[in-house]
Design a protein around this ligand. Structure first.
Ligand code: HEC
Length: 263
């Protein structure tokens, strides 16, 4: 039996050649002819391959005799008594391969999603806190104009130490013990790009609603930031915010500045 004459072998050669062409030649540009290309996405390669498979099947099934000889090895393997061993192997190999591919597809991956994430998405104008509406626009930290600053800071410190240190770290640099497990990583409050850029109401919103409350531009990056709404009281959150600014030495962005930028 001449293998090269076997239609099914010919079909396999065409498929492999097409795959190599799409994945490695076109996918990495055509360096030999000086053409470079961005990597071709897997979904596009899959589509190309589907077209090639249809083309191959159309070619072999267009002629009755060709189709018969194309199918012959399949029929033989499935029926002939002396093909029992390859038949048995295929019966095991095909389900194992299907299972492996399914596993690869559903397996959790820790890679970064392909879409970009907006780190500071526009906050909503209004939120609810345990069902009660709060207007964020123009909202100031109520504790700054009431009670004793020392007490607010002391309360904020104890809230931060108990609840936030595991992720945001005892130096507030986002390097808590849990931090390496998360992507996106916990916010680094010592960075000039975080607290000074944000109004206290923005920080309040982020603490109240956490990762689950991020609008769509903040997803599909799954933020591990918890929503503290049902754990902390409002004044505890405001006190934590005072502590964050006090400890890092930054001042919050004011509504005046925020407005100036919008104009
Ligand atoms: C389980 C880990 C975890 C804990 C606990 C946690 N955070 Fe976060 N936090 C994150 C992650 C991850 C991010 C970054 C992604 C995001 O912005 O949602 C974040 C972001 C934030 C932001 C947004 C910063 C920005 O740049 O917009 C604030 C504010 C914040 N955390 C405050 C807190 C406070 C206050 C506590 C404690 C009451 C706390 N976090 C506890 C994981 C955590």
């Amino acid at each position: 039996m001449n293998l090269r004459r076997q239609p099914i072998v010919q079909a396999a050669v065409v498929l492999v050649a097409a795959y190599v062409l799409f994945e490695y030649v076109i996918g990495y540009g055509l360096p030999l002819v000086g053409v470079s290309s961005a990597p071709v996405p897997q979904t596009v390669i899959l589509q190309y391959m589907a077209i090639v498979i249809v083309g191959v099947l159309v070619y072999f099934s267009a002629d009755e005799a060709r189709w018969k000889s194309f199918m012959q090895p399949v029929r033989d393997t499935l029926t002939l008594p002396d093909r029992r061993v390859p038949r048995g192997l295929l019966m095991v190999a095909i389900p194992v391969m299907a299972g492996w591919m399914t596993y690869q597809n559903v397996r959790l991956s820790f890679g970064a999603p392909a879409t970009l994430r907006s780190i500071h998405p526009a906050p909503p104008g209004e939120i609810t806190f345990r069902g009660e509406p709060i207007t964020l626009t123009g909202l100031e930290n109520p504790l700054r104009s009431s009670g004793s600053m020392e007490e607010h800071i002391a309360l904020g410190r104890s809230i931060y130490t108990v609840n936030c240190v595991p992720c945001h770290g005892d130096r507030m640099d986002g390097e808590g013990h849990f931090a390496p497990a998360f992507n996106p990583v916990p916010a680094d409050f010592t960075s000039g790009g975080v607290l000074p850029q944000l109004t206290e109401s923005f920080v309040f919103w982020r603490i109240v609603k956490g990762g689950p409350g991020l609008p769509t531009e903040g997803t599909p990056w799954d933020s591990a930031m918890p929503a503290w709404e049902n754990i902390l009281e409002q004044h505890e959150i405001w006190a934590t915010i005072i502590y964050l600014y006090e400890q890092t030495g930054f001042s919050p962005r004011t509504w005046h500045e925020a407005e100036g930028e919008a104009h």
